[in-house]
Design a binder for this molecule. Structure first.
Ligand code: NAI
Length: 326
């Protein structure tokens, strides 16, 4: 058996975590031969609920669950962590403006970034799920100067998976027939789900669907899917978000399939003209635990303007929390 790895999860008594933790403990994220120690972080009022979740995890008698810690202190939960899934975030309350939400979360993620910097494993991989995910990841990273900036990523995999599902449904294909989907930019309504490179059963996707459907139905459906789920379910996407978080980390660690790629929010290196340092979603391939941006894809005028619109929003978010960016 391998040595257990330490996986810190924040917001561990929340909705997403209620799916996520059980999948991690079952081996879906790091493999069926990889024991895990779960290091769970919550805020004090949620510690009782967290105990209940921990009791249920125990009751599953997962063979791979090698230990669990519960804490309301980031320095405890992140100690020696090999992975951190930052799910916990402040939800938007009544009367809260977008900038208030940004500010409240910026405080949380600057504190957590500092704690990761101080106590986490030097080889840690971080996935930020809590919204606004891209900017939260940027803040955490900038507050962790001793860790590799590339260790901080944000989740657009749910958007990527949603886009694959929509295209598969429209073309009467299986989701596994769809390759080379891209989600560019922010995990928000400005994201650009791009099918220009996508294939369905090896055929170019743009030749299989009407342009009008792509621009007027597909893009808005993917962009607004989170809101549609809230409307239908009365609560935001949770199991699908957890599943995508599992996909994100698994592919980062184990690699992407040959000939295909995934979308991840990562620090821009200036590729495709996106401002360096912004936490922007790109198409990436993963090998040996490292991701690389897929280069040299053609970008037409429509794509360029969509990519820039979401970049502009990310710049504005970043500028709104500039005082918390060392
Ligand atoms: P939830 O409200 O059910 O759970 C969040 C948990 O985080 C709560 O238990 C809360 O006590 C905890 N929390 C708050 N502040 C914390 C802190 N400073 N440290 C540790 N824990 C803290 O929310 P849910 O549904 O689990 O969603 C979590 C986040 O994920 C939200 O911000 C949501 O918007 C975001 N999300 C992101 C998606 C993406 O694709 N990137 C998709 C779906 C949701």
């Amino acid at each position: 058996m391998k040595t257990p790895v330490r996986v810190a999860v924040t917001g561990a008594a929340g909705q997403i975590a209620y799916s996520l933790l059980f999948r991690i403990a079952a081996g879906d994220m790091l493999g069926r031969d990889q024991p895990v120690i779960l290091q769970l972080l919550e805020i004090p009022p949620a510690m009782d609920a967290l105990k209940g979740v921990a009791m249920e995890l125990e009751d599953c008698a997962f063979p791979l669950l090698a230990g669990m810690t519960l804490s309301d202190k980031a320095e405890e939960a992140f100690r020696d962590a090999d992975f951190a899934l930052l799910v916990g975030a402040r939800p938007r309350g009544p009367g809260m403006e977008r900038k208030d939400l940004l500010e409240a979360n910026a405080q949380i993620f600057s504190t957590q970034g500092k704690a990761l910097n101080d106590v986490a494993s030097r080889g840690i991989k971080v996935l930020v799920v809590g919204n606004p995910a891209n900017t939260n990841a940027l803040i955490a990273s900038r507050n962790a100067p001793d860790l590799d900036a590339r260790a901080f990523t944000s989740m657009t995999r749910l958007d990527h998976n949603r886009a694959i599902a929509q295209l598969a449904a429209k073309t009467g294909a299986e989701t596994t027939d769809v390759q080379r989907m891209i989600v560019w930019g922010n995990h928000s309504a400005t994201q650009y789900p791009d099918i220009s490179q996508a294939t369905v059963k090896g055929k170019a996707a743009p030749d299989l669907v009407p342009r009008d459907w792509y621009e007027k139905e597909f893009i808005p459906t993917v962009q607004q899917r989170g809101a549609a789920i809230i409307k239908a379910r009365g609560a935001s996407s949770a199991a699908s978000a957890a599943s995508s978080a599992i996909d994100h980390v698994r592919d980062w660690v184990m690699g992407t399939p040959d000939g295909d790629w995934v979308s991840m929010g990562i620090p821009s290196d200036g590729s495709y003209g996106i401002e360096e340092g912004l936490m922007y979603s790109f198409p990436v391939t993963c090998r040996n635990g490292e991701y690389s941006i897929v280069q040299d894809l053609s970008v037409d005028e429509f794509s360029r303007s969509m990519m820039q619109a979401t970049e502009t929003e990310l710049r504005e978010e970043r500028d709104g929390v500039a005082h918390l960016l060392p």
